[in-house]
Design a protein around this ligand. Sequence first.
Ligand SMILES: NC(=O)c1ccc[n+]([C@@H]2O[C@H](COP(=O)([O-])OP(=O)(O)OC[C@H]3O[C@@H](n4cnc5c(N)ncnc54)[C@H](OP(=O)(O)O)[C@@H]3O)[C@@H](O)[C@H]2O)c1
Length: 243
Amino acid sequence: MLEKLPHLTAIIAISVDGKISDATNSPARFSSKMDLDHLERQISLLDAIIFGGNTIRAYGTSLVIKNPELLNQRRANNQPFQPLNIVCSASGNINPEMRFFSQCLPRGLLTTNEGLLNWQEKVKDYNQQKSQEKDNYFQDFFISNNPLNWQEILKELWALNYKKIGILGGSQLISSLLAENLIDELWLTICPLIIGKKLALSFLDPNLFANLKLPINLKLLEVKQVDEEIFLHYLILNNDKYE
Ligand SMILES: NC(=O)c1ccc[n+]([C@@H]2O[C@H](COP(=O)([O-])OP(=O)(O)OC[C@H]3O[C@@H](n4cnc5c(N)ncnc54)[C@H](OP(=O)(O)O)[C@@H]3O)[C@@H](O)[C@H]2O)c1
């Protein structure tokens, strides 16, 4: 084993035709309350979660763990009640007005030097406009080169004790990590619909797989059916990050 890296689990809901939303900027609202419970349970097992800029721009909020059983379990494990919510945005083009910033969550921004400056400008303008001096939008900043150097970012997160990390989408974020063989597990919820639209986003972006050895082999660990949804849990076998 060369370096310790966090264990990454991607968690995503897809339609039967493998789509994750109608379009890049629209939130995916097709999964059920059961899927949200599943997501909450999975998130409760993690130290941090990462989502892409388009995902937070589409939803405007993140999922806060509220289930008392899950909160008690985190307390028993000496974990903070909520995992660190990391927004991945190379551009720093995140709106400080989003409801995400008033949710009771620890927040981090993963960005570039340029993105950090852009974000700081946005906060300055917004605070001026609101005549306020709020500075608790993000508590943690992770700065990387452009393109992002995932190995270095993950080493830093591991060193800070973020050892189990959820990758919550969207397609660009999951694909870029998969393309570097960095994702260990995958939870897919198959939802009973066909989206079928030409511009609907697929679960993976094949443009980001240019240098990858394909196919990526998976081992099925678990299958659950709850009402009309199927929850599939896979191990990603091509993952060689510990070799
Ligand atoms: N069905 C589901 O379970 C589910 C879950 C999550 C999201 N979604 C849907 O997915 C859609 C968004 O997916 P998406 O693929 O368009 O975008 P995404 O992966 O959410 O976000 C892409 C943005 O994130 C940043 N980013 C991601 N990976 C990066 C990398 N390797 N290097 C640098 N920056 C990176 C960049 O931000 P900047 O542009 O800010 O630089 C990039 O433009 C939304 O419609 C959302 O509703 C569905």
